[in-house]
Design a protein around this ligand. Structure first.
Ligand code: C5P
Length: 212
């Protein structure tokens, strides 16, 4: 069983994916973290984020057991991840590793929840169920600002909002696997929804999809 959870930055898809994994006993992979980890490792090693060969090499050597580092969550690394995510060969390398993650889970008798931008369209086009989580840019920036800075408005909120809009634009307009809902995805707009309400609605959709 594969649950694909896609959506724009700070839409709440990561929190939702984690809860779904715990609820259904599935492995979870936040694929955004794979792009973030490559961007962070390249920066640490002094590579330019435009260096395509270095990006691919870094992706092949990435340690998937170390994706939990809190440092990877910063808006700066998110921006770097979005920049390298336009490189087709890098995407191919990471997609192969994301599929291998799910294959490993299956070998251990588990399904998987993967969240990202292209899970339902490219990584697992035959996923058991596909959810596309979205919310207005202002609401997403408000949530992210509360999470990172503990405040819902002010200059840092404004900067986050500008950054989110820029990332949305880059993620949606790139040629390689742009951010878009799969034709058969359920769209969940959580602008007016609590995290609990979004989780409840998602489990309803997953339960429906699992019925024979
Ligand atoms: O989801 P998160 O904000 O951590 O993702 C960081 C960046 O990684 C995104 O802005 C996007 O450019 C890229 N990404 C992607 N495909 C995925 C997951 C993330 O292109 N499946």
């Amino acid at each position: 069983m594969i649950i694909a959870v896609d959506g724009p930055a700070a839409s709440g898809k990561g929190t939702l994916a984690k809860r779904l994994a715990a609820h259904y006993g599935l492995f979870h992979l936040d694929t955004g973290r794979t792009y973030r980890a490559v961007a962070a490792a390249m920066t640490a090693a002094g590579f330019s984020l435009d260096d395509e060969a270095a990006a691919v090499k870094t992706a092949h050597g990435l340690d998937f057991t170390r994706l939990d580092s809190p440092d990877l969550g910063s808006p700066e690394i998110g921006e770097g991840a979005s920049r390298i995510a336009v490189i087709p060969d890098l995407r191919a390398a990471l997609v192969a590793r994301q599929r291998a993650f799910a294959k490993d889970a299956a070998a251990q008798g588990h399904g998987a929840v993967l969240d990202g931008r292209d899970i339902g369209t490219v990584v697992f086009p035959d996923a058991t169920v596909k959810l596309f989580i979205t919310a207005s840019p202002a609401e997403r920036a408000r949530r992210r600002s509360l999470e990172v800075y503990g405040e819902a408005d002010g200059p840092r909120y404004e900067a986050l909002l500008a950054n989110l809009r820029q990332r949305d634009e880059r993620d949606s307009s790139r040629a390689a696997s742009p951010l878009k809902p799969a034709a058969d995805a359920y769209i969940l707009d959580t602008t007016q929804m609590s995290a609990d309400a979004a989780f409840f609605e998602a489990t309803r959709l997953v339960d429906k999809a699992m019925k024979p």
